[in-house]
Structures are given as structure tokens and as C-alpha cells.
Design a protein around this ligand. Structure first.
Ligand SMILES: Nc1ncnc2c1ncn2[C@@H]1O[C@H](COP(=O)(O)OP(=O)(O)O)[C@@H](O)[C@H]1O
Ligand SMILES: [Mg+2]
Length: 287
């Protein structure tokens, strides 16, 4: 082993104490998720103070699948997406994305917390689209789309620009490449936000209520773009209240309430013939 690796190990060992609480809940003798599982959550908990906001989420999303998360406000949907995207540390359980433990590296029987740079590298493989579009206001539309591939991935500018223009064409925004976000409608900004996420060629796209801040007449365009992505085989985890979209596009619907998965299954089961009263009650309110 090289000296550099020894130094890294020493730094890792110093971090190891921090992860004892999580490590204690992880059975390292079990194999990690297979390659077909893009997201695998086992008994994932998140605790804020004394409250369990996630009380043990089990969920699997396979490559090419669309999983729609539905549930009332405060049920933990956003918190779960934040765990998948390495923005929220889990308190217990285990969570893999693309076969890698989120936030940790396993060597033998031990877990080491990842350095921030490694967390950022892994996060860059996941596209995230928020309710609020979060575009950089000081960059043009094209500037927003090329920024991460050039700055984070250090890809060649000409290649990235070409890809960005393709993506902007795909979301119907090529003619706005030089515009600033402030001049665009919410629907246009969200289309740019989707192109920006796709520019990193993500393995997984997370959407957190991508249409709920939009005027009703703009919702359809965004859902159509998402349908197109699903048809192209993108793996997607989507928090949405658009039940019609979920029925058409989802392979799996997960209904959450109170930080737990109440039920999950194909749309026909969960949406049309739910087993739980809580699911029925929620659906009667959003339809
Ligand atoms: N940083 C935080 N600190 C404390 N409580 C939080 C924090 N973030 C979220 N919560 C709480 O966690 C619960 C779930 O929130 P969230 O994941 O946003 O739900 P949803 O997206 O389903 O509406 C809510 O009760 C919320 O108040
Ligand atoms: Mg939310």
C-alpha cells in the first residue's frame, strides 16, 4: 500500500467514531445493492431532535423505473429525497444509490464517512429538480446549463455547449439560450432547470413537486417533458400531487404518511384499490 493510502486511512479512522451510531445499524455481512437497483433504502430513519421525521423507510427503485412518492404535507417526502441526494444524513438504517452506500465507503467490515469532495462527486451523478427552480439569476439560460459540467466535471466547453443546446431544444428553450432567468415564466424556468440537471448526464433524476409552483396552464408542458424522460428510460423518483401523471408514468407508487411508507405498489393497486384508509382519505383530497 502506498503512503498516500496510509494517510487517507488515518484520516478515515479519525472519522470512524462519527459513524458508529449508523454503522451499528448496518449489517456489513450483507451484500450491497446489485447494479439494477439505483436506489435502495432499508429502514432509513431521520431524526430531528426527538422527532423521527422518517421512521424506517424501505424502498427500491430499479434502473429505468419511475417511482412516484405521494403523501400529505409533512410526511417526509422531501426529507427522503434529500437523503438520496446526500443533502441529509440518515440517523439509522442504510441507503444505497447505484450500489454505493450514501455518505460512506465500506472497506472490509468498517464504514468510513466520505469527505465532502467525494460526497459532491457522487451528488453530481444525481439530477435534482425542485419546486422552486433555483436557477442562477446572474447567468443566462445557457450559462445555467453548462455551469456544472464545466466547473464541477471540468468537461470541454465546446462539447458541453453543444449538449446544452440539444437539451434546451428538447425542453423547447433553445431560442432563450441568451436570456436571463428573471425574464422567463415559471414554466420556462422549470424547463431550464430540467435541462440543467440533465446536462450532468445523471443516472437518477429526483423531482420534488416540480409543478406545484406553476400556473395551471404551464403544468402540462413540464409533465410532458417528464413523460419523455421516462419513455427514454431515465430512472426517476418523483414527489408529485399530479395523480393522473403518476398513474400514467409510474411503475411504482409509494404512499407516505407520518414518516413511514403506508403502502406501495403499481398505480392500479395503490391509486385505484388502496388497502389503507389513510391512502383512500389522501387520494379523495388530491383528486
Ligand atoms: N431541518 C429540519 N429540522 C427540523 N424539522 C424538519 C427539518 N426539515 C423538515 N422537518 C420536519 O420534517 C417533517 C417532514 O418534512 P418534509 O420532508 O419536508 O415533508 P414533505 O416533503 O412530505 O412535506 C415535517 O414535520 C418538517 O417540519
Ligand atoms: Mg416536500
Amino acid at each position: 500500500m502506498t503512503d498516500a493510502a496510509d494517510v487517507a486511512d488515518a484520516a478515515d479512522a479519525a472519522d470512524a467514531a462519527d459513524v458508529a451510531d449508523v454503522a451499528a445499524t448496518i449489517d456489513l455481512t450483507k451484500p450491497a445493492a446489485g447494479p439494477a437497483e439505483i436506489v435502495r433504502a432499508e429502514k432509513v430513519k431521520v431524526r430531528f431532535g426527538r422527532t423521527d421525521v422518517l421512521c424506517g423507510i424501505d424502498l427500491t427503485v430499479r434502473a429505468g423505473e419511475v417511482c412516484c412518492l405521494i403523501g400529505p404535507s409533512g410526511s417526509g417526502k422531501t426529507t427522503f429525497l434529500r437523503c438520496v441526494n446526500h443533502l441529509q444524513r440518515i440517523s439509522a438504517g442504510r441507503l444505497w444509490v447505484s450500489g454505493e452506500l450514501v455518505g460512506y465507503r465500506q472497506r472490509g467490515e468498517r464504514l468510513y464517512e466520505l469527505k465532502e469532495s467525494e460526497v459532491a462527486r457522487r451528488r453530481a451523478g444525481i439530477g435534482m429538480v425542485f419546486q422552486r427552480f433555483n436557477l442562477f439569476p446572474h447567468l443566462t439560460v445557457l450559462g445555467n446549463v453548462v455551469e456544472a459540467p464545466i466547473r464541477v466535471r471540468r468537461e470541454r466547453k465546446a462539447e458541453v455547449r453543444e449538449r446544452a443546446m440539444d437539451l434546451l431544444g428538447r425542453v423547447g428553450m433553445a431560442s432563450f439560450a441568451d436570456a436571463y432567468p428573471g425574464r422567463l415564466s415559471g414554466g420556462q424556468q422549470q424547463r431550464v432547470a430540467i435541462a440543467r440537471a440533465l446536462a450532468m448526464r445523471p443516472e437518477l433524476m429526483l423531482f420534488d413537486e416540480p409543478t406545484s409552483a406553476l400556473d395551471p396552464e404551464l403544468v402540462g408542458d413540464i409533465l410532458d417533458i417528464m413523460r419523455g424522460l421516462a419513455a427514454d428510460g431515465m430512472t426517476m423518483l418523483v414527489v408529485t400531487h399530479e395523480i393522473g401523471f403518476a398513474r400514467d408514468v409510474a411503475d411504482q407508487i409509494v404512499f407516505m404518511d407520518g414518516g413511514a411508507v403506508v403502502e406501495h405498489g403499481p398505480p392500479a393497486a395503490v391509486l385505484d384499490d388502496p388497502s389503507h384508509e389513510r391512502t383512500r382519505s389522501f387520494l379523495s383530497k388530491v383528486r
